[in-house]
Design a protein. Structure first.
Length: 360
């Protein structure tokens, strides 16, 4: 186990919270010791700085993990820079930027629908293409842009990765540059997220992705050539703490403003209230901002009915990862692990323990 511990400010509440964080780290330690998690890094911070970070298993606190869908809020933050510059409206029809997208009944799909998973686009063909070999970014793009509609836009919430490929094309149409270069210039470089990338270097710090069948991909190479905007970023706990602190700070970190207060507000507020999500288990409430999940009562597979608040927000990833920001607790929570399709409660258990400690 590797660890670093900081007391980021001297007042009593922080000292008490620091002492009380042991249960959160114990959850993760046991998860690795019991074989539920291959490896893990847990980092907890406040607005003022890192409080504690520990690594468990054959990893290190500086290890780079495939963060999967935590990519989404980072990508959306870069997209909102276009809104701030007056290049894009959140309620613009997608066909304004990609005229051919308006065919096939998609003319009413807006950027807001893409951002909130309410577009109605069928994600199945895109996900099948994503894992096809050899990787073919042009075919993946064409598949996403021609996704059929499953329901009328705005009438249901259905999680959709294809939307992010479409939004990447909007960025290219509006700026003339690819989404990864735009992300680097607007978010990653200003926040000094130096270890966050779609193509990790071969420097010995990249954790393999373990598949459910027990095999592993030493470098996640399937995704490298795709620069998948819905889930292809690799990052470290330290970089994600930087991003989380920016969100916790209302769009600003250490005197550097990344998002305007207005853009931060619209990104982190609940957008899908009253829009249902339907699946084989029934009909549930949806809780989503712009690129961020929100905790709402009776939401399916979400940090709801736990210790999170209505003001909290974050995102999980298919590799078991979780980034959560809890403003009332002055908390940024980063949980990294590396098993694809992981369905275990360790992240949520540790998050509850961290919130309890920070609000004691």
């Amino acid at each position: 186990m590797a660890s670093e511990l900081y007391e980021s400010r001297p007042e009593g509440r922080m000292a008490n919270s620091l002492n009380g964080l042991g249960p959160a780290f114990d959850v993760v330690r046991r998860g690795v010791a019991d074989g539920v998690l291959p490896t893990s890094v847990l980092a907890i911070a406040s607005q003022r700085g890192l409080i504690a970070i520990e690594a468990y298993g054959a990893t290190s606190i500086g290890a780079r993990y495939l963060i999967a869908s935590i990519t989404k809020p980072i990508f959306v933050a870069s997209l909102l820079k276009l809104v701030e510059r007056g290049l894009v409206l959140i309620n613009d029809p997608v066909a304004r930027f990609i005229p051919s997208f308006g065919e096939g009944g998609r003319a009413r799909v807006t950027l807001w629908h893409l951002l909130t998973h309410t577009s109605g686009l069928d994600d199945g063909p895109t996900m099948a293409r994503l894992f096809a070999t050899p990787a073919d970014p042009d075919a993946l793009r064409a598949t996403a842009l021609n996704s059929p509609l499953l329901f009328a836009p705005g009438t249901q919430y259905a999680y959709c990765n294809a939307s992010y490929i479409v939004m990447a094309e909007i960025i290219r149409a509006a700026t003339g540059i690819d989404h990864d270069a735009h992300l680097e210039g607007t978010i990653l470089r200003p926040l000094s997220m130096v270890d966050t990338t779609y193509v990790p270097p071969e420097d010995g710090r990249t954790q393999p992705v373990h598949r459910p069948d027990g095999t592993s991909d030493a470098g996640g190479s399937t995704l490298h050539g795709l620069k998948f905007p819905a889930g292809g970023l690799w990052s470290t706990a330290a970089d994600l703490i930087c991003f989380g602190q920016m969100l916790l700070g209302g769009g600003e970190r250490e005197g550097v403003r990344i998002l305007s207060r207005a853009a931060h507000r619209v990104m982190t507020q609940l957008h899908t209230e009253g829009i249902p999500t339907n699946n084989a288990d029934g009909t549930f409430a949806s809780g989503y901002g712009l690129g961020l999940a929100k905790a709402v009562a009776h939401r399916w597979q979400a940090p709801s009915a736990e210790l999170t608040s209505a003001d909290g927000y974050g995102h999980g990833g298919a590799t078991g990862t979780l980034l959560w920001v809890e403003p009332e607790a002055d908390l940024v929570f980063v949980f990294l692990t590396n098993r694809l399709g992981l369905d275990s409660p360790q992240a949520r258990l540790a998050l509850n323990a961290a919130i309890a400690a920070m609000t004691a």
